[in-house]
Design a protein. Structure first.
Length: 220
């Protein structure tokens, strides 16, 4: 199988207007990935499956990731008047980086397997695709890739259920683990456990206290 860099070059050659970015993984595994712009994702995915040299015909796994917004501190140099003299000083500037949700897909070729791979012997590595939403609130749509890999139909439902990504074009996008009336997404990093359960509370003291406090309105 080609390297991630070679696959990116193949995409650029076939789809020169597609927005695709190489995301490097600095860890020992060096499992790099390709970040797809949502507007180009279906076209790129279709190419990866149809191209005879790649034939990425099997999506083994699709999952979600929640990246909340975070405050970042940066050192910048600014020019200020110090005792009447213009002086370059270093200041710390803080900015907030907006959060987003991410869908991640792991691809393999059943046709090629690891034949011709230049990598050392061992388990085959997946080709990893990523897509990111605009934010975590009101712009959480991503295109469904079920038209390319039918195997992701249930997995995109799970991502929708647990993370809240809305996959446009999915033929049956509904909750798969939580019930229809459930209003939150349990895998979000800011998810808060309820203090009242529709089912019988477990015998753990902490859960029982929360349930009792909910009934009485008195927070312990």
């Amino acid at each position: 199988m080609k390297s991630t860099e070679e696959i990116l070059a193949a995409i650029k050659s076939a789809l020169p207007d597609a927005s695709v970015e190489l995301i490097l993984n600095p860890s020992v595994c060096a499992q790099h990935s390709l970040l797809l712009a949502p507007k180009d994702a279906v076209a790129v995915a279709s190419f990866l499956r149809a191209d005879p040299e790649l034939a990425l015909d099997f999506c083994s796994n699709a999952t979600g990731v929640d990246w909340p917004g975070k405050e970042i501190s940066e050192k910048v140099k600014v020019t200020k008047l110090v005792d009447g003299v213009e002086t370059v000083v270093e200041e710390t500037v803080k900015r907030v980086e907006p959060g987003y949700l991410e869908a991640v897909y792991h691809l393999f070729s059943m046709k090629h397997g690891v034949t011709g791979s230049s990598e050392p012997a061992g388990p085959p590595k997946p080709v990893v695709l990523r897509m990111r939403t605009v934010n975590r609130t009101d712009q959480v749509e991503l295109p469904s890739l079920t038209a390319v890999w039918r195997s992701v139909e249930f997995q995109e439902r799970e991502i929708f259920d647990l993370y809240g990504i809305v996959f446009t074009g999915h033929r049956d996008l509904r909750r798969i683990l939580m019930w229809d009336g459930f209003e939150d997404h349990p895998m979000r990093r800011d998810y808060v456990d309820p203090d009242d359960y529709e089912y019988e509370p477990t015998p753990h003291d902490e859960v029982l206290k929360r349930a009792e406090a909910h009934k009485t309105g008195v927070v312990p």
